[in-house]
Write a protein that binds this ligand. Structure first.
Ligand SMILES: Nc1nc2c(ncn2[C@@H]2O[C@H](COP(=O)(O)OP(=O)(O)OP(=O)(O)O)[C@@H](O)[C@H]2O)c(=O)[nH]1
Ligand SMILES: [Mg+2]
Length: 699
């Protein structure tokens, strides 16, 4: 890690773009990032993913595996604008990293493979970006590949992402002969040289004039349909001026009413500069996005992106490096300066900002201050976690933290030498702090340390990171999936008496619980994303409010371990039907204990069902082996939901229990001589069939 002291002049916020690059694995996000850095002069050499020489894939594991694992931030300057960019991982196991990045971005580039079109993980990250209302532009990459076709890719954007594609370029040449694009907004041709250095701009070639005119017309019509200002001009003159078209495209992007589509080949350096132009032209600056909202004591507080306002920022990532603990902050309002004391409003602690760093992948530059709209790393805060709000101590507020997905796979880990046990424990604690989608617990029965995460690869990477950083020798168990338990048929009127009245302060709590499956109750409650709903039907004040809350807390305690195998319990509604108190011996503690023991008892008498995580798998294989692949999926309890064939390649989609998918990557490679690929997407939990459930170990 190199650091040099240099303070940059501050810039007006209108020229800042905070954006992320999102896509399915291997679409070319890191390559696009690399080309941005080169085109803007931030680097002087183009790195390649397959050579392990890119700026953003700097971690040894990323270089070895050729995939992005950790979101990396870089900055570059283009056309008088400062572009802060986060290159995100495409593999589904690291989607939490994407979620945390999306939370702090103002815009994004969605990259698609021109052969495959919209792939499952692109669809997932698109939905994530929808949820965060992040405006996007699309880049259809790899137009140089055999079988690449812009129109097919655009059709899949329309059909699978349910958005309106606003295609602003027409490719010149196909596949290997792809040399440039016609810019349909300015009606000019951009053609790159053999080495993909600077492009030459000229008139639209004769042979493409008609096609370009037709597509420009289509673009104008689509835009006029969506944009009232453009419609007015279109109706008046039956055409749109270039400036009106560009302004309307910007508005539509920011409103999320359509997506501007560009194309090119990042690897061959074609289409990169116009993509940078589009970032500047269409994606919003921090001033163009709505004021950010936080709360204080239940009251909503808004903060505009104003450097003069009280400071407020969100921590979205924490890493330990040779420079120390880096806390990545998106500054939403105000200014932080070196030496400031800030409040971690989430934890209620103050922290000191010793240094502020502008991060460029694994290098950084020290600055004196960071303003609203900036993304920086600070050194000094010792305990602020990802998701924490940092703010001026005299103007507190709390931002909603990014959501964290629940882990679905776990492995037991132990140090091979017992004297390394403490070292392993602290390494695991640090790992969890840096990646909130990992969790560590000690198994109550076996005493083993269990690490859980989002998938096999996620855990493999985590374990490898500890091995490398700590030079620890580890024993790692076989991966296990995280089961859950749910109520299939509940009980009503279960009476539990918690009474201890011999000597000293007594305990007295009577509770009566009804337990039912949440699905059955969903009509009445409107359902719950949380999987647990509690309500009280006690009348006449027989149980005071604070004791009702204590019973609810006790029930939540009981959900940690179900009766089938000690797995977390979900999908139920509990009603406190009745209860009784004692004037002297009742307390919140007594009711909490009663709630816990009552629900535990109720679950034991209910009919319970075991749930397992299920995954949608999309397998792409040569036609010749599709039979073997289908047979293998069936043996893994897979249910095929679709298949399609195109140009000798079959794509099979199936829902498979995660427990049956361990080792699938190497199995598929073997069956297809390395020509098969597959991607996965979690689809939730499903009941384990009776015959299988009987053979499972308990937790
Ligand atoms: N033919 C061709 N290959 C490309 C192009 N862009 C990227 N690639 C290659 O595709 C592979 C994946 O590219 P990356 O840039 O690592 O893709 P990514 O989206 O960052 O992948 P993850 O970070 O693992 O999700 C690499 O081997 C690239 O060299 C392109 O325009 N054309
Ligand atoms: Mg990458």
């Amino acid at each position: 890690m190199r650091t040099n002291l240099r303070t940059r002049p501050t810039r007006p916020l209108t020229v800042v773009r905070n954006l992320g690059i999102l896509a399915h694995v291997d679409a070319g996000k890191t390559t696009v990032t690399e080309r941005f850095l080169y085109a803007t002069g931030a680097t002087h050499k183009r790195g390649e993913v397959h050579d392990g020489t890119t700026v953003t894939d700097f971690d040894p594991q990323e270089r070895k595996r050729g995939i992005t694992i950790f979101a990396a931030a870089v900055s570059c300057d283009w056309d008088g604008h400062r572009i802060n960019l986060i290159d995100t991982p495409g593999h589904v196991d690291f989607s939490d990293e994407v979620e945390r990045s999306l939370r702090v971005l103002d815009g994004a580039i969605a990259v698609f493979d021109a052969v495959a079109g919209v792939e499952p993980q692109s669809e997932s990250v698109w939905r994530q970006a929808d949820r965060h209302r992040v405006p996007r532009i699309a880049f259809v990459n790899k137009l140089d590949r055999a079988g690449a076709d812009l129109d097919t890719a655009v059709a899949s954007i329309r059909d699978r992402l349910h958005t309106v594609p606003l295609v602003v370029q027409l490719p010149i040449g196909r596949e290997d002969g792809f040399t440039g694009v016609v810019d349909l907004v300015r009606m000019r041709a951009l053609v790159w040289g053999a080495e993909g250095e600077a492009y030459e701009e000229g008139p639209v070639p004769e042979g493409l004039r008609e096609e370009a005119g037709r597509r420009r017309r289509l673009l104008e019509e689509t835009v006029a349909e969506l944009h009232p200002g453009a419609l007015e001009e279109f109706c008046a003159g039956a055409a749109l001026r270039d400036a009106t078209l560009a302004a309307a495209l910007r508005d539509l992007t920011r409103e999320g009413e359509g997506v501007v589509v560009l194309c090119g080949s990042a690897y061959r350096n074609r289409g990169v500069e116009p993509l940078l132009d589009a970032v500047v032209a269409y994606l919003p600056s921090p001033l163009d996005v709505p004021a950010v909202r936080g709360t204080l004591g239940g009251e909503v507080r808004e903060r505009a992106a104003d450097p003069a306002a009280p400071f407020a920022g969100l921590v979205f990532k924490v890493t330990s490096t040779a420079t120390g603990r880096l806390t990545y902050v998106r500054v939403y309002a105000g200014t932080i300066e070196k030496g400031d004391t800030v409040l971690d409003a989430t934890a209620g602690r103050t922290e000191r900002v010793a240094r502020i760093l502008r991060v460029q992948a694994d290098r950084n530059t020290e600055v004196d201050r960071a303003l609203a709209g900036d993304i920086v790393a600070v050194v000094g805060p010792k305990s602020a976690r990802a998701g924490a709000t940092l703010c001026a101590p005299d103007a507190p507020l709390v931002f909603e933290p990014p959501s964290v997905a629940a882990p679905v796979v776990s492995v037991a880990v132990e140090a091979r030498r017992s004297l390394d046990t403490d070292k392993l424990a602290s390494a695991l604690a640090q790992l969890v702090e840096e990646d909130p989608s990992l969790a560590v617990r000690t198994d109550a029965e076996t005493g083993q340390t269990v690490l859980s995460g989002m998938g096999e690869l996620h855990l493999e990477v985590a374990v490898e990171k500890i091995r490398r950083a700590q030079t620890l020798e580890l024993n790692v168990g076989r991966p296990q999936v995280a089961y859950r338990e749910t109520v299939a048929r509940g009980v009503s009127g279960l009476l539990y008496r918690h009474v201890k009245q011999e000597g000293g302060a007594g305990q007295f709590a009577h509770v009566v619980l009804d337990v039912e499956p949440l699905e059955a109750a969903a009509g009445a409650t409107g359902g719950s994303a949380e999987g647990f709903v509690f309500r009280s039907a006690v009348t006449g004040g027989r149980v005071p409010q604070e004791y009702v809350r204590a019973v609810e807390a006790g029930c939540r305690d009981a959900l940690a371990e179900g009766p089938l195998g000690g797995h977390p319990v979900t999908g139920l509604r509990v009603t406190l039907a009745d209860g009784a108190t004692h004037s002297k011996d009742s307390s919140e503690m007594a009711f909490r204990t009663a709630g816990r023991l009552a629900l535990r008892e109720a679950l034991r008498t209910s009919t319970m069902a075991l749930l397992e995580p299920v995954i949608e798998v999309t397998v792409t294989v040569p036609d010749s082996v599709v039979g073997a692949v289908l047979g293998d999926l069936a043996a893994r309890r897979g249910r095929v939901s679709g298949s399609a064939a195109r140009a000798g390649t079959s794509v099979v989609t199936a829902t498979v229990p995660l427990a049956e998918l361990f080792g699938y990557a190497s199995r598929l490679r073997g069956r297809t001589q390395g020509r098969g690929t597959f991607t996965t997407r979690p689809t939730g939990y499903a009941p384990v069939p009776a015959g299988v459930a009987d053979t499972l170990p308990t937790r």
